[in-house]
Write a protein that binds this ligand. Structure first.
Ligand SMILES: Cc1cc2nc3c(=O)[nH]c(=O)nc-3n(C[C@H](O)[C@H](O)[C@H](O)COP(=O)(O)OP(=O)(O)OC[C@H]3O[C@@H](n4cnc5c(N)ncnc54)[C@H](O)[C@@H]3O)c2cc1C
Length: 104
């Protein structure tokens, strides 16, 4: 089915969806074409998941140093499936946010 629009954007990553929002703000009819998931590399494989994982690593590293500050945390364990679950939840929440924005 043919679709008529003012602007067609190929790719729903950071570049694409920000351009789509701007074009819509300027009153254009916008179509965004995405073969995978809205949010692209940054949201699903890049910035967001890497920073979520880094935060867990940072907290764990601080705990390892905690005795320096007079805090005993013996037995602290990094449970990687839980680290992954936290990261996945953050990505999913933001993915839903981007989908909502695109619908609007
Ligand atoms: C591990 C990692 C960490 C990063 N951390 C940071 C950071 O901290 N800060 C930062 O600024 N940048 C970071 N980046 C870079 C950032 O992810 C990219 O700069 C950004 O994603 C580029 O956005 P984009 O929209 O140009 O491309 P992408 O996000 O790659 O989006 C392109 C989209 O186009 C779609 N697409 C491609 N071909 C087609 C097609 N033929 N038809 C339909 N859809 C198509 C893809 O599925 C994809 O969703 C990181 C990257 C990686 C890999």
């Amino acid at each position: 089915m043919p679709i008529t629009c003012d602007v067609a954007i190929l790719g729903g990553g950071t570049g694409g969806y920000v351009a789509a929002i701007r074009a819509a703000q300027l009153g254009k009819q916008v179509v965004i074409i995405e073969k995978d998931k809205l949010g692209g590399t940054c949201l699903h494989r890049g910035c967001i998941p890497s920073k979520a994982l880094l935060k867990s690593a940072e907290v764990y590293a601080e705990i390892q140093e905690s005795e320096t500050y007079g805090i005993e945390t013996a037995g602290a364990t990094l449970v990687f499936p839980k680290v992954q679950a936290r990261k996945d939840a953050i990505v999913e929440q933001l993915h839903q946010g981007v989908q909502y924005l695109m619908k609007k």
